[in-house]
Design a protein around this ligand. Structure first.
Ligand code: C5P
Length: 399
């Protein structure tokens, strides 16, 4: 999650009856941390699973549960609560509530709010697999989609009832990501974006190898931002300890050669290629099949290195090359090294940063190098920079 990315957004979070109500406590906290304000509205059934007291404490606002609640001046909670909302999110959305929505029923505060809304509606279904597969539920969900209501999930897996299958509510973090994605400007709709991220690992023997301190954070943040912008994202990652961004197709590799082959397999279908990975320049020309042993009096091992393929430069030279963006971590004289690297790699856009001190950090300071000149961006969180960069890339695709 990026800091404050939902600042200024106001959500009505509607909870209906289901054991997945426990996930909404965490979701409310995530939304609040991202800067959104959350007005919780619960059905009578939802209050059987988690108390309004808990939801009030987490959202920082009184919870509404009844259409006869007299706290709103004109006594029209069903109208007023949605008027200030940027979206209504129903989570968990029960089988019964989906059916009500599909038929426009309005027999309690939450269902009436939904019918009276003038803002987008997102639903996050949660139910037993047979209830989800029931033709009536499927019919209702198809109707909701046709009515332009966003259906997020459901997930598949173990269920509270002990069965396994489709119908689980998305985890709180995935629900958060889907909501954040919903609010992102869709500047890359219809575009396929290929990103490399992280370090590579070049083995010397079965247990040792050469790697570098790249954490993959910038590349993963770009993958998330591109997905949120509506792109279909393929992320090829070296060995990193990061969770896959929601909705991103990830492929793990170890060595530069494997990264090169993985890129070449899919590059023909891509519109954009962003090489963020810190790819090793060299690999050992011989990898020992056995662990190299230290023994008294024995000569120290020596290694001969051969050059790895330059993935970015190779992609940039393809006859039907996608729009190519490179990254460069320089330890000095970024201004001239950045532009020289851009020309050497023959890419239209190169992003320079004064690494390696940014490796592993949550923020970064970058400069855009292109034929028309250089643009420095102020130091910012990597997620915020990723959003800015994706918007900049999208602008250049149009022109
Ligand atoms: O040459 P250098 O490693 O400084 O260039 C960095 C840029 O080139 C990054 O975009 C990186 O992903 C890419 N690169 C590559 N294959 C290599 C070396 C670097 O794609 N073998």
């Amino acid at each position: 999650m990026a800091i404050a990315e939902l600042t200024g957004k106001h959500l009505v979070l509607g909870m209906t009856g289901g054991v997945a109500c426990y996930k909404i406590a965490e979701l409310t906290r995530l939304l609040g941390k991202a800067g959104a304000t959350v007005q919780v509205v619960m059905t009578e059934a939802a209050t059987q699973f988690i108390t309004p007291v808990t939801m009030q404490a987490l959202s920082g606002r009184p919870v509404y549960t009844s259409q006869w609640d007299a706290r709103i001046d004109n006594n029209m909670a069903h109208i007023d609560l949605s008027r200030e909302a940027d979206a209504i999110v129903i989570a968990p959305a029960s089988t019964d509530f989906l059916a009500k929505l599909a038929h426009g029923m309005a027999d309690d505060l939450l269902s009436t709010l939904c019918v009276a809304r003038d803002c987008p509606l997102l639903v996050v279904p949660a139910m037993n697999r047979q209830m989800w597969l029931n033709p009536a539920t499927q019919r209702n969900v198809a109707q909701l989609r046709a009515d332009d209501i966003q259906v997020l999930g459901p997930d598949s897996g173990a269920q509270a009832c002990g069965e396994t299958g489709d119908g689980r509510m998305l985890e709180a973090s995935a629900t958060y990501e889907a909501i954040a994605s919903f609010f992102s400007a869709k500047v890359l709709t219809g575009q396929r974006v290929l990103i490399t991220a992280g370090p590579t690992f070049e083995p010397l023997d079965p247990v040792r190898g050469l790697t570098n301190r790249s954490s993959g954070k910038m590349g993963f943040a770009l993958a998330r931002a591109a997905q949120q912008a509506g792109a279909e994202v393929h992320l090829i990652a070296g060995p990193v300890a990061l969770a896959t961004p929601w909705g991103v197709n990830r492929e793990d590799v170890q060595t530069a050669q494997q990264m090169y082959e993985a890129v070449m397999r899919v590059v023909a279908q891509q519109h954009v290629f962003i090489g963020v990975a810190a790819v090793a320049d060299w690999r050992a020309d011989h990898v020992s099949a056995h662990k190299l042993k230290k023994a008294p009096g024995q000569a120290l091992p020596t290694f001969t290195f051969i050059e790895n393929p330059d993935i970015l430069a190779t992609v940039a030279q393809l006859p039907q090359a996608p729009y190519c963006v490179g990254f460069a971590a320089e330890s000095g004289d970024l201004a001239s090294n950045g532009e020289q690297k851009r020309l050497r790699k023959k890419v239209p856009l190169l992003i320079g940063n004064l690494g390696p001190q940014t490796f592993g950090q949550d923020d970064n300071e970058i400069v855009l190098f292109e034929a028309s000149g250089q643009t420095a961006l102020p130091r910012a969180d990597k997620h915020e920079l990723a959003r800015t960069l994706i918007a900049e890339i999208a602008r250049r695709l149009v022109h």
